[in-house]
Design a binder for this molecule. Structure first.
Ligand code: AMP
Ligand code: ZN
Length: 108
């Protein structure tokens, strides 16, 4: 668990451009943006994926955070994506919601 990249970002042990933070969630800029605006919203508590137990409750909260960020930043339209499993394009095993905006993007 100690080696989880997003846990390290949450603990500020790994640098990231944080765009939002509250007691339960952190959002930061994706290092390889697939759209002009590309954030990752993560729970501070480690949960591996949408396939993990109780992930639906957290997913709901992640969507609320996405809406809050969009409102705060005046982003009128956006895409929200969960990649699930390697075959679904998930390569970091810490639940994250992709927030993409700016212009059409090619999703994997
Ligand atoms: P996924 O493919 O759904 O697991 O998404 C992981 C995302 O994390 C990818 O879009 C990567 O570009 C992004 N990423 C990987 N390392 C970092 C990092 N150190 N800081 C910010 N984003 C990262
Ligand atoms: Zn983690």
């Amino acid at each position: 668990m100690n080696e989880c990249l997003f846990c390290k970002i949450v603990k500020k042990e790994q640098p990231a451009k944080i765009v939002y933070e509250d007691d339960k969630f952190v959002a930061f800029k994706d290092i390889k943006p697939k759209a002009p605006i590309h954030f990752l919203i993560v729970p501070k508590k480690h949960i591996a994926s949408i396939e993990s137990e109780k992930s639906e409750e957290v997913a709901k909260e992640l969507i609320s955070v996405a809406k809050k960020i969009a409102k705060e930043k005046g982003i009128a339209g956006y895409k929200l994506v969960f990649n699930v499993g390697r075959e679904g394009g998930q390569f970091v095993d810490h639940l994250h919601l992709h927030f993409l905006a700016g212009k059409p993007v090619q999703l994997p």
